[in-house]
Design a protein around this ligand. Structure first.
Ligand code: IMP
Ligand code: MG
Length: 199
C-alpha cells in the first residue's frame, strides 16, 4: 500500500520537528534499566528474606505519560510482581507549562510493607513525583525506588531523587512513546520535538 507523505515513510507523525531519541535506542535503554532494576530488587528481597519474596514487589505506574514505557519495562523484569496505576495530570490542554498537579485517585492502600517501584515518564519541575513520593511514603512501604524514562535538564521547583533514569535530555518539550501534547502524539514510537508552529 502506498503511504502519502515523507514523514510517514520515516515513521514520524505530522507536526513533529525531529526525532530526539529513536525507538531502537529506547528499546536498548529500557532493557538496561530492566536488568538493573531486577538485580536491585532481587538483592533487596534476598536481604529481607521474605518467603514469597516476589509477591512483595509492586510497580506503581504514573499514567498517562508512562503507559508505553511501563508496558515495555515490566516485560524486562523477570520477577513476580503486581502492578498498580495512578492517574495524574499537570498539563491540561494546549500548554507546555505545568498547571500544578492533580492526582485523580487515592494512592493504593496495599503498599504498606511492600517494595515499591514508581515508574513515570519524565522528571521536569519535580512537582508530580514529589507529591507521589510523599503520598506513597505515608503508606509505609518496605522500600521505594523511582524510575523515570527522561530527566529534563532544567531547574526543579522541588528536588526529587530518582534511582533510575533512562535519558537526560535538554529543556525542550518532547512527545512520543507515551508523552503527549494536548493529548496527542503518545503513539509516536520515537521521542520527538514538536514543530514550533504546532505549539
Ligand atoms: P513535573 O511535575 O513538572 O516534573 O512534570 C511531570 C509531568 O509533566 C510528566 O509526568 C509529564 O506527564 C509532563 N511533562 C513534563 N515535561 C513534558 C514534556 O516535555 N512533554 C510531555 N509531557 C511532559
Ligand atoms: Mg506524567
Amino acid at each position: 500500500m502506498r503511504v502519502a507523505g515523507s514523514r510517514y515513510r520515516r515513521g514520524m507523525l505530522p507536526g513533529l520537528e525531529r526525532v530526539l531519541i529513536d525507538r531502537s535506542a529506547i528499546a536498548e535503554r529500557v532493557g538496561d534499566l530492566g536488568r538493573r532494576i531486577a538485580r536491585d530488587l532481587e538483592a533487596e528481597l534476598a536481604r529481607t528474606g521474605s518467603r514469597d519474596a516476589g509477591s512483595q514487589v509492586v510497580i506503581v505506574g504514573v499514567l498517562t505519560g508512562s503507559l508505553v514505557f511501563l508496558a515495555d519495562l515490566v516485560r524486562e523484569l523477570p520477577l513476580k510482581l503486581s502492578m498498580e496505576l495512578i492517574t495524574v495530570s499537570s498539563y491540561p490542554g494546549k500548554t507546555t507549562v505545568s498547571r500544578g498537579v492533580t492526582v485523580h485517585e487515592d494512592i493504593p492502600h496495599q503498599l504498606g510493607g511492600k517494595h515499591v517501584l514508581v515508574v513515570d515518564d519524565i522528571l521536569d519541575s519535580g512537582r508530580t513525583l514529589s507529591v507521589i513520593r510523599d503520598r506513597i511514603a505515608a503508606k509505609a512501604p518496605a522500600s521505594m525506588r523511582i524510575c523515570v524514562l527522561l530527566r529534563k535538564d532544567c531547574e526543579r521547583a522541588v528536588e526529587v531523587d530518582v534511582d533510575y533514569v533512562g535519558f537526560d535530555i535538554p529543556d525542550e518539550f518532547v512527545v512520543g512513546y507515551g508523552l503527549d501534547y494536548d493529548g496527542f502524539y503518545r503513539n509516536n514510537p520515537d521521542i520527538a520535538i514538536l514543530q514550533t508552529d504546532t505549539l
